[in-house]
Design a protein around this ligand. Structure first.
Ligand code: ATP
Ligand code: MG
Length: 262
């Protein structure tokens, strides 16, 4: 059985005063196995965030269904850990309390919360910053805190929407290695949206490409590169071959998107 089943999920945002209805997603189906690391690529506005938000339970689909471990998803829940592109930490809470937030909501004893928070903060390299506030952190550190917060809840699946999009190139590459290392060690199930083809290939067990809006899955490519992967894999011929194919697939869709909007 799949960990996550996305079955015929479609989404049309209704017309509002002055704006027409938007068909964001064509019926889309995707089966995600336990331990899969799926990256989703696609042109801007093709419905990637919409798809992720439906899986997170933050958006109701116009049709279709999402099953997690065979159970229908109907609203947000701690079994899905979400990290967004923009920083979404609670500014009035310390780094440690941000990570504790979901654990406290569940009524966990304080000592246990702290032990879990500190373990995950150490895992993302934030030991020594537990008492800092988000405003005292760099962008990369804030995203590492958000990742620690998502991991601390021990979700069944991690949903990441361009979590490294606002970071500089070097920090971003280090974050990719960090997340991949966590995945290689703990074998999480991950759905990760990105615009960056290198990032998509480097971390994925499968790369899914979406078409121009209304989005649907255009191709689904297994990435057969060995683990553990180091950044050096990005210069290998096998990596370059995946990159060439994906660049072509995305380019066609981006051209369609731009001509639609012209
Ligand atoms: N709440 C909303 N109300 C109305 N339309 C929306 C809403 N959210 C998204 N849309 C529309 O749905 C389409 C898909 O948006 P979505 O954010 O899923 O795209 P995306 O693939 O994540 O794009 P990007 O790569 O730029 O983040 C867009 O045309 C957008 O305008
Ligand atoms: Mg988006």
């Amino acid at each position: 059985m799949s960990k996550l089943s996305i079955r015929g999920v479609e989404k049309t945002f209704p017309a509002r005063r002055g704006t027409a209805a938007t068909r964001a997603l064509e019926p889309t189906s995707l089966e995600v196995a336990d331990n899969d690391f799926i990256t989703i690529l696609g042109p801007s506005g093709c419905g990637k965030s919409t798809l992720l938000r439906v899986v997170a339970g933050l958006e109701t689909p116009s049709g279709g269904e999402v099953l997690l471990d065979g159970q229908g998803v109907a609203g947000p829940g701690p079994d899905r850990g979400m990290v967004f592109q923009s920083y979404t930490l609670f500014p009035w809470l310390s780094v440690r309390d941000n990570v504790c937030f979901g654990l406290r909501e569940r009524g966990m004893a304080r000592a246990e919360q702290l032990a879990i928070a500190d373990r995950f903060l150490a895992q993302v390299g934030l030991k020594g910053f537990e008492n800092h506030f988000p405003a005292q952190l760099s962008g990369g550190m804030q995203q590492r805190t958000a990742l620690a917060r998502a991991l601390a809840n021990d979700p069944k699946i991690l949903l990441l929407d361009e979590p490294f999009g606002a970071l500089d190139h070097q920090t971003r590459e280090l974050m990719q290695e960090l997340l991949l290392g966590i995945w290689e060690a703990d074998r999480k199930t991950v759905l990760f949206v990105t615009h960056d083809i290198d990032e998509a290939i480097f971390m994925a067990s499968r790369v899914v490409v979406m078409s121009a809006r209304p989005g649907r899955i255009k191709c689904d490519i297994a990435i057969d590169l060995p683990h553990p992967r180091s950044y050096k894999i990005k210069t290998t011929p096998a990596f370059a071959a995946y990159k060439e194919r994906l660049t072509e697939e995305i380019r066609v869709e981006t051209i369609k998107t731009l001509s639609m909007e012209a």
